[in-house]
Design a protein. Sequence first.
Length: 210
Amino acid sequence: MALGALDCEDRVKFAEHVVEAAGVIDLDIEAALISAFSVVRREDFVPTEHRGDVLRDIPVSVGYGFMLMRPSVLARMYGAVGVKRGIKVLEIGSGGGYPAALMASIGCDLFCVEHNAQLARLARRKLDESGYQGVLLRVGDTNKGWKDHAPYQAIVFTFAVEEISAAILEQLDIGGRLIAPVGKQESFLRLYSRNERGKVESYKLEQWNP
């Protein structure tokens, strides 16, 4: 579909398809995600040569060797951690700014750590140009998170890792959830939650397919 053909109806249909494919169960989260995917212009966060794919549920390059995962996978992850207005979220990896813009549009209090300085600068510029100046983003060690603003009610990884560091898990609030693609030779989408006793429990959701 040509970029010029993207209108409100196209975006809403895309958003509805993405959220339905993600299997989001909570009706309030479903509505918030449909609104976010309708409002946030994916084409503003990808190189010009990939803008013809922005309303397709496929991964696209954001530059610097980084691939932005499928929108339905993002929706799946956000639904699993219960992304909603007012919660404090730590995003590990900027994803070029698009994932952060989605959560910011929902009304999350968002903090992002990106290890690649070029990608972080790109994400900061894209977020500012799109009106999401409230997202706090810094360059840093993604294994360490952002302890200064912990604890977080949700932690979301935008890339696959071999394991989740203890430093990251310590920043998860009581009742909070963390989601990430985890594994060495084969990755699975895993959900972590901290119960009322402070213990972190882990659940394997599905094989990772970005």
